[in-house]
Design a protein around this ligand. Structure first.
Ligand SMILES: Nc1ncnc2c1ncn2[C@@H]1O[C@H](COP(=O)(O)OP(=O)(O)OP(=O)(O)O)[C@@H](O)[C@H]1O
Ligand code: SF4
Ligand SMILES: [Mg+2]
Length: 337
């Protein structure tokens, strides 16, 4: 099996609307990463950081402005017809509000009909058996599901029914976008454990979108931290949490910075003059500059995401300098280009 399931290369999504930054929002800015089979990646970042946009790009619900998404070696923008249907058999999304995916006047099993009509016509004879199998995989008793109405189920059960629906399709990659944020704490763990089980038993990879670091830590092998459309830190979850390198990650984890400078709030007027330096308020420096207590002059040029230790990358000059390691040499040569 190809060791890389999904590869994202220089991927950007730019929206041209509104008046902020000259009517341009870079929702995803030059993202590069890979996902392996049976890997759970937590995509963490505050509201508006671009998490859903990245998920939608992978699901081909929107087109990239720049860059490529390669699934099993094939550029997904080239997929059409039968090959596109095949892609959707392997790559599926589940979203935040399970209730909105169910029509309250129909029984819950109706959500499976579309799958059989669109993708599994030839399997209709075995429909009930296949649905029952999928429900068991997400730890639901089929007898508790068949014939029930949405209001008779909990949010966690509905969310697991939606995950079961994707399993009918031989899913290899699931985009799970804030799927437990609307659920009660008591059922959150059930849904998280369901994802863990699918990874272990069905070798499914998951992009688990969340703004909650503790949920990300609980479930993921790899963590990607997004800020204003940029992946600012990425690596093995243990490494990112035990040794957060980007000031934004540290802020999220409330770790006092150890880089040899004090946290201090930048003066607003100083920032304002930087942002106003061009006619348009477009900023080409580090996306975290206006909030960063460690900001330096060099940060007015955007830092690249560089490997600072094995399996751990960061886009921050201060973090790279403080390591003073091999990474700094790479950083110097990158910036001499
Ligand atoms: N269709 C659109 N048109 C214009 N701007 C958009 C559009 N969709 C998203 N954006 C902008 O892109 C940025 C990223 O949005 P996105 O929904 O991906 O963020 P998010 O990280 O998922 O946030 P949340 O945690 O609130 O769901 C935001 O600034 C948003 O306003
Ligand atoms: S590159 Fe500079 S501004 Fe950006 S996070 Fe690092 S120190 Fe702060
Ligand atoms: Mg979102």
């Amino acid at each position: 099996m190809n060791e890389v399931l999904l590869k994202v290369e220089n991927l950007s999504k730019i929206y041209r609307s509104g008046i902020a930054a000259g009517g341009v929002t870079t929702a995803v800015d030059n993202a590069n990463f890979e996902i392996k089979p049976a890997e759970i990646v937590a995509l963490v970042g505050e509201s508006g950081s671009g998490k859903t946009t990245l998920g939608k790009l992978i699901l081909r619900l929107i087109k990239p402005s720049l860059g490529k998404i390669i699934y099993n070696g094939i550029d997904i923008s080239k997929l059409k017809g039968r090959r596109l249907v095949e892609y959707y058999r392997h790559v599926q999304g589940v979203f935040q509000d399970p209730f909105s995916s169910f029509n309250p006047i129909f029984k819950v099993d109706r959500v499976f009909d579309l799958i059989f009509d669109s993708y599994l016509k030839e399997m209709k004879q075995k429909k009930r058996e296949l649905i029952a199998n999928a429900l068991e995989k997400v730890m639901l008793n089929p007898d508790d599901v068949f014939g029930k109405y949405p209001h008779q189920m909990s949010g966690g059960q509905l969310q697991r029914i939606l995950i079961a629906r994707t399993l009918l399709l031989d899913t290899k990659l699931l985009i799970a976008d804030e799927i437990i944020s609307m659920l009660d704490a008591s059922v959150r763990v059930d849904v998280l454990n369901t994802l863990g089980k699918l990874k272990d038993e069905n070798k499914i990879s998951v992009i688990f979108v969340t703004h909650d670091l503790s949920l990300g830590y609980y479930i993921s092998d790899t963590t990607m931290i997004m800020y204003k459309g940029n992946i600012v830190e990425m690596g093995d979850t243990e490494k990112v949490y035990s040794n957060p390198l980007h000031p934004y990650t540290r802020m999220l984890l409330s770790v006092v910075p150890t880089v040899d400078r004090k946290w201090e709030k930048k003066k607003e007027e100083e920032l304002f003059s930087l942002f106003e330096s061009g006619k348009r308020r477009i900023w080409n420096g580090c996306p975290y500059y206006d909030r960063c207590p460690l900001a330096m002059e060099v940060c007015q040029k955007k830092p690249s995401l560089l490997e600072i230790e094995s399996g751990h990358k960061v886009a921050c000059y201060a973090a790279i300098q403080s390591k003073g390691s091999k990474a700094e040499k790479t950083f110097s040569s990158e910036n001499e280009k």
